[in-house]
Write a protein that binds this ligand. Sequence first.
Ligand code: ZN
Length: 155
Amino acid sequence: MSESQTDMQDLYRELILDHSRNPRHFGRLSDATHTADGINPLCGDKLKLYLRVDDRGRIESSSFEGSGCAISVASASLMTVTVTGIGIDQAESYFEEVTQRLTSDRTEVSSDSSYDKLQALDGVRAYPARVKCATLAWHALHSALENKTTPATTE
Ligand code: ZN
């Protein structure tokens, strides 16, 4: 493994640790237009996602609350940071991108530079048991945007 790859992995590990210790957008959003619950029974991760979507389909704000392992919290934190301020179509394409990257052997780097930070989650692929922790928040996002009433579950 090259020096630079090791550096990137350290960087990503730092990013995950930082987001798990200091989750961004943590808490309840009182004027949410979309909400969803996410459950990962395998690990015991639970979260509730709040989104406020404006009438032009842009995610004005987002937040989450709940409890879970470091990876699930970091992923939810990264997810809310990523989707705040973008359109729901783009948010859905991130959902596709993240779930595909984590559940397949795809290694090519996305041409979308705004995806850079989410590559921190790629490290999780080395730990198949934790993939569901990392995708939980994204399944909740997908479910909130589809306005499903049943909780998103990784099972
Ligand atoms: Zn977990």
